[in-house]
Write a protein that binds this ligand. Structure first.
Ligand code: SF4
Length: 335
């Protein structure tokens, strides 16, 4: 049975019309789902019984079950969901001062196989549909009020772009949740054709690219997708994105001890990103089970940051959050 959250308001109006009910019923249903966050068709009080019966025959409103919620000592909460086909995914609620960011998964597993990432080790299971991603948001919002959303959990969002795009449209719809796109960030390892499409459409969300290293050969090893879309193309598409959108790009750089954290690497990065409007997030590596990599030493991280700052970049060191419950960047493994 298809989930009604897979449809935007326009599509929902067509469904209601086909069922031979008045069009305004679609807006009422949309209201129940996104303003009142009701995930059961039976609970929609002002919808005629006959319409509810018709909908229940063909559609559902619930695609996920919460299996477990783990709380880190820093307040981060990891939610383990089971999908109807028994695949497992995770979302993470990350507190930062008074604000809460929700990190959502867009795929069950991931086929990109980045060597530093626990999700990559799972392999690709399947794309999540729009309803499942939206439900991660709705169910997480029952736990905490969400201020920002990042599409950065399990999976490569731009390899499931049609569904992610639909989610962004539905979440930001003024008739729905009215969650501004300016509070959303989409992260990618660099799927060039989709970045081009994003640059050419009028989206308001922010783009983050997991760069990891400025050395193309090393990137081939750490981020296998680099063989398809090499660093040089990522630099070129970044310039195109800047020009088309006038927005800066965030580069994510996970610091791996003695792999990509040398002064030489920092200088090379500064040189390669010259002319790109960007900011750089340095992420100390979060070690996970059986991981071959180690976290960089603190003084090395600070030195790396200083070199970039001296070269005129805005550079932030991301605070480690939720690593004690394997909820930090690169640690999600659906356990
Ligand atoms: S870092 Fe992202 S793209 Fe790479 S394997 Fe992990 S989830 Fe997939």
């Amino acid at each position: 049975m298809e989930d009604l959250k897979n449809f935007n308001l326009k599509e929902l109006k067509n469904i209601i019309k086909e069922l031979k009910f008045e069009e305004f019923r679609a807006k009422q249903i949309f209201d129940w789902i996104y303003k009142k966050k009701v995930l059961n068709i039976n609970y929609m009080k002002n919808i005629p019984l006959k319409l509810k019966d018709e909908l229940i025959k063909k559609y559902t409103l619930s695609s996920l079950n919460i299996i477990k919620i783990q709380k880190s000592k820093d307040g981060t909460q990891k939610i383990l969901f089971e999908l109807l086909d028994k695949n497992k995914i995770e979302s993470v609620l990350i507190p930062d001062n008074e604000r809460i960011t929700l990190c959502v998964s867009t795929q069950a597993g991931c086929g990109c196989n980045c060597s530093f990432c626990a999700t990559g080790k799972l392999g690709f299971k399947r794309n999540l549909n729009a309803a499942e991603i939206i439900e991660e948001f709705i169910r997480a919002s029952f736990i905490k009020k969400i201020d920002n959303i990042v599409f950065m959990g399990m999976g490569e969002p731009l390899l499931n772009w049609q569904n992610v795009k639909k989610v962004i449209g539905i979440l930001s719809d003024k008739d729905g949740l009215n969650f501004s796109q300016t509070r959303m960030t989409v992260s990618t390892v660099g799927i060039i054709p989709v970045i081009k499409e994003i640059a050419e459409e009028n989206f308001k969300f922010y783009l983050a690219i997991s760069l990891i290293t400025a050395n193309n050969d090393l990137r081939d090893r750490l981020v296998p997708f680099n063989k398809k879309y090499p660093l040089k193309e990522i630099i070129n598409i970044s310039k195109y994105y800047n020009k088309k959108t006038e927005k800066e790009i965030t580069y994510e750089y996970i610091l791996l001890k003695d792999i990509n954290d040398s002064e030489h690497e920092a200088k090379d990065l500064a040189k390669k990103l010259k002319e790109i409007k960007c900011k750089i997030n340095l992420i100390p590596y979060n070690e996970s089970e059986n991981s071959e990599f180690k976290k960089s030493d603190e003084n090395k991280i600070l030195k790396f940051q200083k070199i970039l700052i001296d070269n005129g970049y805005k550079v932030f060191i991301r605070k480690e959050k939720g690593s004690d419950i394997s909820a930090a960047c690169g640690q999600l493994a659906g356990k």
